[in-house]
Design a protein around this ligand. Structure first.
Ligand code: NDP
Length: 312
């Protein structure tokens, strides 16, 4: 396969990690080319207000913040392009990445910032009310439901952590669990069970989220007895896991069973020399805009060092 273009530093993905990598790489004169992927700006473009990113004392809308990230990386000289990485070939140097199933780019260093996508239940009301009380991020949106009753679905560590977070803000947290046990670690389970305003519904599935313009309640079904109940809530949080966007790297890069890319601890280095990973595609624990941005910075610095050492 012939390459159509050769670049020093190729960045895949346009969330906080990708743009921060682009800012640092451009300032280090690596002439980065960044492909934005299917959702330019990433997960933050589907949130509303961001109040926990330092430097914005009055908060900022997620989409606006990502426009500013993009603007800043363009101003530093990064070449930002619309396009999706569809395949890679990391068998030799230079590294090769296919864009939009049509052209191949050769790169001396590749920084992967493809992020993760929240999993959803897949029911119609969830889609209809997304952003109107339905959210996949309690830390982002919980605050807007201070003093209200909310529901959360899921039973892993994320759901447990988010339920505890919500319990400090909301009057009641209705936690919907599909089996008769939780997947979360024992300590998190204990904390959830010992929090008086978290009410657990075992063996329960979400039938529908109720409300026309905003979330007003949820209809639940006990999957053993078939009994249905409705509870009034102002928000519905989905915490059933994330899917890292790492499909195209299978077979090339080390990843865990869930598909999160593995990096050498304390660095952004993957198992392939010259390939670095930052942001949610390699982080299943913190998953914050600010931690993603920090790891994007690390990746650009690691790439700069790598290119310098190789004399590229
Ligand atoms: P998990 O995959 O661990 O848990 C997902 C949960 O969602 C499970 O309880 C699962 O139920 C439930 N679920 C999945 N699909 C549905 C569905 N369609 N309807 C209802 N429930 C559903 O994801 P997490 O995001 O919680 O955690 C991911 C990883 O990150 C884990 O390894 C976790 O330990 C780690 N983590 C660690 C943290 C920490 O250490 N502080 C914090 C957050 C995450 P079921 O059990 O029935 O399959």
């Amino acid at each position: 396969m012939g390459a159509n273009e050769k670049v020093d530093c190729l960045i895949i993905g346009s969330g906080p990690a990708g743009y921060t990598a682009a800012i640092y790489a451009a300032r280090a004169n690596l002439k980065p080319v960044l492909y934005q992927g299917i959702q330019p700006g990433g997960q933050l473009t589907i949130t509303t207000e961001v109040e926990n990113y330092p430097g914005y004392p009055d908060g900022v809308q997620g989409p606006e913040m990502m426009e500013q990230f993009e603007k800043q990386s363009r101003r530093m000289g990064a070449d930002i392009r619309y396009g999706l990485a569809t395949k890679v070939d990391f068998s030799a140097h230079p590294l090769k990445v296919e864009i939009d199933e049509e052209k191949w780019i050769e790169a001396n260093a590749v920084i992967i910032c493809t992020g993760a996508s929240a999993k959803w239940l897949g029911i119609p009301s969830e889609q209809k009310l997304n952003g109107y009380g339905v959210s996949a991020c309690a830390v982002c949106d919980g605050f807007f439901f201070k003093g209200k009753e909310v529901a959360i679905v899921g039973a892993g560590d994320t759901a447990a952590e988010e339920a505890l977070y919500l319990s400090k803000l909301c009057t009641k947290v209705h936690m919907i669990i599909r089996r008769d046990e939780m997947r979360a670690s024992k300590i998190m389970q204990d904390r959830v069970m010992n929090t008086p305003n978290i009410i657990i519904y075992w063996n329960t599935e979400t039938d529908e989220i109720l409300g026309e313009k905003k979330v007003e309640g949820v209809s639940l079904k006990n999957n053993i007895t078939g009994e249905k109940i409705e509870i009034p809530v102002s928000a519905f949080f989905v915490a059933i896991g994330h899917q890292p966007n790492s499909e195209i790297f299978k077979g090339w890069l080390s990843m865990d069973e869930a598909g999160y890319l593995k990096t050498l601890p304390g660095t952004s280095k993957t198992n392939v020399e010259g390939v670095f990973a930052a942001g949610d595609v390699q982080d299943k624990i913190y998953r914050q805009a600010v931690t993603a941005a920090g790891s994007g910075c690390m990746a650009a610095l690691d790439a700069e060092r790598f290119l310098g050492e190789k004399g590229l």
